[in-house]
Design a protein around this ligand. Structure first.
Ligand code: SAH
Length: 247
């Protein structure tokens, strides 16, 4: 059997309950996934956990779900890791969003830098991508996001106790893996620059903040999305929930 469809439902979920579906959800299940009355799926949200469900068709384009048993309890808080990146071309941004969800980011924030490409960031579309990725990777919680803001504004508002790892492709920087080994675990963010890199003035501004640590991911210049994936993976392996005993 192929993997079961997982649908995020914001409303209250409880064993034996019933959930009315929105038009979009009904359309997705009936017309896109071609489910029929009685077909099984799973529904979830971060507050109530995950439940088995059976589809009920209540009209040509309307459906509801009869909830069965709870399959998974609400999630324990995930790794406290944020990703901050400069939006890229649309398909590259979408790749970063998808991978950041899979790699367990709690928040995914767009930042506008001097060399950021034309910003095409539509928060509702971004949220839809985050939701899809969570449905696919069996995450129960959906990472938060925000409207794009400038690097200056981001640094001004940054919680000082959260270490911000600046991925920097040039200059003598400690390697990220070793830097993580020397740092106690705690709330963190990873900052990835745009394809054009950070401007000198931005690197200076970052260097002036004591919560920022600049680190390297090796001698080659990576595409921004590669740097994001590699950086998130290193953090997860050392400080996150990839470590045995951390879950
Ligand atoms: N055009 C820039 C490269 C930017 S790469 C130049 O030629 O200098 C896009 C982003 O990926 C960078 O801003 C940085 O955050 C990250 N990155 C790429 N390669 C990296 C490396 N080897 N180490 C750390 N970060 C890297």
């Amino acid at each position: 059997m192929g993997s079961i469809i997982r649908l995020h439902v914001a409303g209250r979920l409880e064993a034996g309950g019933r959930v009315a579906l929105s038009r979009e959800q009904a359309h997705y299940l009936l017309s896109v996934m071609r489910l029929r009355a009685g077909d099984a799926l799973a529904v979830f949200n971060a507050r109530d956990g995950e439940f088995g469900a059976a589809l009920e068709q209540t009209g040509k384009r309307e459906a509801a779900l009869a909830l069965g048993e709870r399959l998974r309890p609400p999630p324990a808080p995930g790794p406290d890791l944020w990703l901050v990146f400069a939006p890229l071309k649309r398909h590259r941004t979408e790749l970063v969003l998808e991978k950041a969800v899979e790699l367990g980011c709690a928040r995914i924030l767009p930042v506008i830098t001097r060399h950021t490409d034309r910003v095409s960031w539509k928060t509702d579309r971004v949220e839809a991508r985050l939701l899809e990725a969570a449905e696919q990777c069996e995450r129960l919680d959906i990472p938060g996001t925000a409207e794009p803001e400038t690097l200056e504004a981001l640094l001004e508002a940054w919680p000082r106790e959260r270490r911000l790892w600046l991925l920097a492709e040039r200059g003598e920087r400690p390697d990220f893996a070793s830097a993580l080994e020397k740092t106690p675990p705690g709330p963190a963010g990873i900052l990835v620059g745009p394809e054009g890199g950070f401007a000198e003035a931005e690197l200076e501004m970052l260097a002036g903040r004591d919560f920022v640590s600049a680190v390297s991911l090796g001698p080659r210049i990576l595409r921004a999305e590669t740097a994001a994936i590699a950086g998130l993976s290193l953090w997860q392996a050392r400080h996150g929930d990839w470590r045995e005993g951390a879950r």
